[in-house]
Design a protein around this ligand. Structure first.
Ligand code: FES
Length: 105
């Protein structure tokens, strides 16, 4: 376990997303239905940043070709993406959002 603080919980409203850089790792922090989710930020189809996508109902829609991913499981819900995005454990502690991710130094 390597819990890392990535944001203050009040930095995001519902259905918002922000990019998070941890070393060379590009992540996206989402808030949807009051829950926080952290995923890889790069789409599994081609190169697009999901932090530029549209967030609704616990899903993100890729801004480039509109594939949708489930923020809880990472599952690709529709074409053209077929591979899941990685999701990471998240918790909120004392108003901070923490993610458990192993980062290359
Ligand atoms: S780059 Fe995301 S759907 Fe094509």
């Amino acid at each position: 376990m390597a819990w890392t603080r990535i944001a203050a919980a009040n930095q995001l409203q519902d259905d918002e997303v922000m990019p998070i850089a941890l070393g060379d790792t590009q992540l996206a922090l989402f808030r949807s239905a009051g829950e926080f989710h952290v995923t890889d930020n790069v789409c599994t189809h081609q190169y697009a940043l999901l932090s530029d996508g549209y967030v609704e109902d616990g899903c993100v829609e890729c801004p480039l070709h509109q594939a949708r991913f489930d923020l809880r499981t990472g599952e690709a819900l529709c074409a053209p993406a077929t591979r899941a995005i990685r999701v990471y454990p998240v918790r909120v502690e004392d108003g901070d959002v923490l993610v458990d991710v192993l980062v290359d130094a």
